[in-house]
Design a binder for this molecule. Sequence first.
Ligand SMILES: [Zn+2]
Length: 391
Amino acid sequence: MAGRIRTVLLTALYLFIFSSSSVAADNLKSEVQRGDGIHSLLTRYGLAENACNMDSFLTLNGMGPTDFLMLDRKYVLPIKVYTYNGTSIRSTIGDEDYEKAVRIQYFNEQLVKKGIKDADYRKDNILWVPFHELYCGQAVEGFKPYTTVIPIFGEEHKNVTVSDERLKGHVYYLVSGHGGPDPGAMTKKDGHFLCEDEYAYDVTIRLARNLISHGATVYMITRDRDDGIRDTEYLEMDKDERCYYNKAIPLNQVARLRQRVNTVNKLYDKHKNDAVQQRMVTIHVDSRSEGQKIDIFFYHYEGSQVGEKLANTMLTTIKDKYAEHQKDREYRGVVKTRNLFMLRESKPSTVYIELGNITNDFDQKRLLIVNNRQAIANWLDLGLLKEAGFE
Ligand SMILES: [Zn+2]
């Protein structure tokens, strides 16, 4: 429901902007390059870091997260174009926040450096202001967004903006399934091996980055030092994943599960006195007969009320998001209990997620399309925010 209100408010806000653009001329529009997806387009303009820009982009262009960009179309970007008054950014945009002005200056300079923006705003009087500086600030009084560098996200994505601190003190153990000598479920497509562990890893690491942007403490339990966030369709199969921090992953299944549960439980005890709450999320991809489509579904341990609430909150979040972006698509995800080792032996309340059926053509789109992997991570992040009591 709250999501609906927010969409209506956002739409009203955009209509207001379009009709009263006395201060700001207009929104920036952009063409698309071959191979572009929404995420790569936003990344080019330095907008992908703030999930709110993604939402704004979808609303501005009347699109859903799984929609494709058309080469022959121009898209409205969540960037407002101001005529710089030659005095200051603050007086140009009518906002006295000095830090924000510094960030906007840096934003413009970076885009000139990247060759995306033609000239410096002090030369051509064209100032670009991203929406996340105007409409999406969830900064709590006194909190100033900052950038932290996390190498495991890879060169392209290692600079993470912590845009709010709603999840400060919340500790998350993210365990992508399998890894190391065990690729999990596998299938072949167009000559490529699709491995469960690689796709589960990419969705998990995107979720990690989202959670950190809200100030959470996040442990990537399965770690791959040279595979950061990958914006490619086919994810190369490898065997160099390690268990936190740098332990070799055993081939034997029980030993592998025991290793990661022990690792998590030790960290859990360490944070017992300083954490607001601690949760574990483990992400897998299922394997059934080819013809079977399976929507994202959840397991929790029988009798774990927190686990049950966690799973149900994430399920309803995904349900709402599908209803919002793909009205005709019925989401058939479920929550079930299962007596799995990871659920039974781990100290933090845990949700076990299956992303789909790796052998099914339709479900493969959910995994192969970069935008979709990012959308899943955004939705899971939103589900965790809700479970933690935030909207
Ligand atoms: Zn699995």
